[in-house]
Design a protein around this ligand. Sequence first.
Ligand SMILES: Cc1ncc(COP(=O)(O)O)c(C=O)c1O
Length: 422
Amino acid sequence: MNSRRSFIQQLGLGMALPAISGFDFPSRSISTFPSSDLQGEDFWTELRSQFPLTTDRVYLNNGTFGPAPFSVLQAMEASNLQINTSGEYGNSDQERVKLAEFFRIKPTEFSITHNTTEGINIMAWGVPMKSGDEVILTTHEHAGNALPWLNRAKLDGIVLRTFEPKSTQAENLTEIQKLINPRTKVIAIPHVTCTTGLVFPIKEICEIARKKGILTAIDGAHGAGTFDLDLYDLGCDFYAGCFHKWMLGPSGTAFLFIREESLEKLKAVMIGGHSDIGWDMTANPPEFKGYVPSARRFDYGTQSKSLAVGMVAAADFHNQIGKQQVQSRVKELNQYLFDGLVKLGSKIEILTPLEEESRISIVSFRTKNMDFNACGAELGKAGFRIRLVHEGKVNAVRVSTHVYNSKAELDAFLKELGRILA
Ligand SMILES: Cc1ncc(COP(=O)(O)O)c(C=O)c1O
C-alpha cells in the first residue's frame, strides 16, 4: 500500500479500491515532463506520472471530471499562498489573455465562468426571444443544457424543438434543417453529447444558422481539451465550455466564448463590478453608463485568481504536449476502445457512431443480456470507474478516456467486461 493511500484512508476519505488482477500499474511519482525523444506508448506512459490520479483503480470517466496534473495543482497552490500572504488578490485579466489565445480568440471574447451550466444560463437568458419563439435542442441533453432552456420555456413561453441524434453528421444536419422554421431563433445543441459522445458538425450547422439569422449557443462541455479548438473558425455565436473536464484544469472553472459580432445580441441579465463603463448612485436619477465592450461584462464580481492561474497551467499542459497530439491521442484511445468493444460481438450494442468524425473521446454501449446498472456495478467492483447514462433514456454504460489512460488499461477493461458478460 502506498503512503498516500494510507493517508487518505487514515482520514476516512478513501473508498476501498479493488486491485485489478493481471495488470501492473505504474507507480505514482512526480517526474519531469516526458522528453520529446520518447515515442508512442513510452511517451504516454511517462506522461501518466504527471498525474496524482490513483493507480488503485482504472479511471474511465473523464467525461464527468478530468483529474488535474500536478502542474495545475501546484500552480493553484502557489498562487493561493501568494495571494493569502500578500493580501493582494488581483484580477484575472492577464490569465484571460492567455486563455483566449489558447482557443484562438480575442480576450474580449472570453468570459470566465464557474461551470458550463453557468455559461449556458447566460446564453439561455441572454438571447432575445418572446413567447412562441423556438430553440432547437436534442433529446440527449445533459441537465446542464436541458434545464436552463426548459426554465426559459417555463418562464417566458418559448418553445423547445428536439430531435433524436442520428449516427452520421449528414443525417444530423438533415434533422436540424427539418426543424428550422421562421420561428427558430436559436440552435442550442452540444458539440459532443454526454450520452453517446456523438460529435455534431458544428461548423456546418453554424453556417446554415448564420444564413438564416439563427443564433448558435453551443454546449461545449466536451469540446475544450479534446479538439484543438479554433472557436472563431467554428463559427458559433456563443460557446460554453469548461476546464474541469477535458482541459484537466481546476474544478469549478469554465468559460463562455462570445463572438465579437454577437456581443450586443446577448442581453446581460446578471452584471456587477467590472461589467460596466461607469455608474453613479449619487446622481438623480442614479446613473448606469453602460456595459464594457467585451465579454468581461458577463463575469462580474470577485473571481478566484488562483483558479484562473490553474486554468492557465492546464492550457500550458496541453500546449506542452501539443494540442494536435492531445486530439490525436484522444482519438486513438477512442478507436482502440471502440475496436475492442466491436470484438465483444452481440453481447453489447455500441451506441456511439461508427463514423469517425462523429466521435472523439467517449464510447457508450448497452449490454444485451444484462441490466446496464448491474453491469456498471460489476465494473465498479472490479475497479473500473465508468459512468452510467440515463439521459435521453439511453440506459447505457459510458467510457471516456483521456491522455493519462493507456491501452493496457483499456485491455484490462475489455477483458473484465468480457468476463462479466460471459
Ligand atoms: C454535455 C454536457 N453539458 C453540460 C454539462 C454540465 O457541465 P458543468 O458541470 O461544467 O456545468 C455536462 C457535464 O457533464 C455535459 O456532459
